[in-house]
Design a binder for this molecule. Structure first.
Ligand code: AG3
Length: 281
């Protein structure tokens, strides 16, 4: 229920809370084969994209999410060359991945081509690297893509999904993580967005358990603020095929050759600290 017609509101079902952003205008509205894609110009958060009424990206705060979905994984792998992004149709994660000079191939597998086309128009800075010769954009089912991938194809797999409902639900399953495990080369790293620590702690625990059950040796959750997502507090769960996650390339992160606005070596270490209610070790 909107506060008034000049506000966009995402109500957080069952949580008695919501996020509202003051809107100047709605600039795009379409029903794609998969979902409703809407774009708004907000008063203070820049452009906003929602999918089926849920906040995906705003200009103002997407950097936190996209940097935390990519740099911790890439600075944990010793030499990330081949990277797969599942989902991520707005291309913000891809853009961060391509900042790493070691990367020779960054494949993105997004189900809904319309999300990418709309993002190219309304979020040009997220799509800036789409023409990088290392980037390959595929529009296909990520679950099937990973199931069909040759064993030991990728160094890093990033699961930049929507909430675990509808077509994205399978991206939170042990069966999918087993296929990720198989598709990763030795020393491979997988990371998936894992929702709000405050609202979805059970989901985070289940994602951690499923990664372990799928064979990953070390699993950890990264925590970071994301003020326009449910509860304003978000997470990504990272797993190492056969490597310990605490040994990230801290020196390289400290001496990184590209700009970030949130991620740095100390943020990386701090993000790995677990709240008491989610401690696993
Ligand atoms: N990833 C979406 C996270 C889920 C947000 N959930 C919500 N608003 N209820 C977004 C893709 C960004 N590349």
């Amino acid at each position: 229920m909107p506060l008034d017609k000049n506000w966009y509101t995402e109500e957080w079902a069952g949580q008695g809370s919501a996020i509202s952003l003051k809107i100047n205008s709605k600039v795009h509205d379409e029903q794609s084969t998969y979902q409703r894609i809407e774009i708004y110009e907000t008063e203070t958060f820049g452009t906003l994209m929602t999918l089926d009424g849920l906040v995906m990206v705003t200009d103002r705060d997407n950097f936190v999410y996209h940097e935390m979905m990519s740099h911790p994984a890439l600075f944990t792998h010793p030499d990330p060359q081949r990277v797969l992004v599942i989902g991520g149709g707005d291309c913000g994660t891809l853009h961060e991945v391509l900042k790493h000079k070691t990367v020779t191939l960054a494949e993105q597998v997004e189900l809904d081509e319309r999300v990418t086309r709309v993002s190219e128009k309304f979020f040009p800075e997220l799509c800036e690297s789409n023409n990088d010769p290392r980037a390959k954009l595929h529009f296909a089912d990520g679950i099937k893509w990973v199931a069909d991938a040759k064993p030991e194809t990728y160094d890093v797999i990033i699961i930049d999904s929507t909430d675990p409902v509808g077509p994205a639900a399978g991206l939170f399953s042990e069966a999918f993580y087993k296929n990720c495990f198989r598709a990763l080369r030795p020393k491979g790293i997988v990371v998936g967005q894992s929702e709000s620590p405050l609202f979805h702690a059970d989901l985070i625990r289940s994602v951690q358990k499923s990664f372990k059950a799928a064979g990953f040796r070390d699993v950890a959750t990264l925590f970071f603020p994301q003020c326009t997502y449910p509860s304003g507090w978000w997470s990504a769960t990272i797993a190492g095929k056969d490597a310990a996650l605490a040994n990230f390339r801290a020196q390289d992160a400290a001496a990184k050759t590209f700009a970030t606005r949130y991620y740095n070596r100390d943020i990386h270490a701090a993000a790995l600290a677990s709240p008491e209610f989610l401690r696993t070790r």
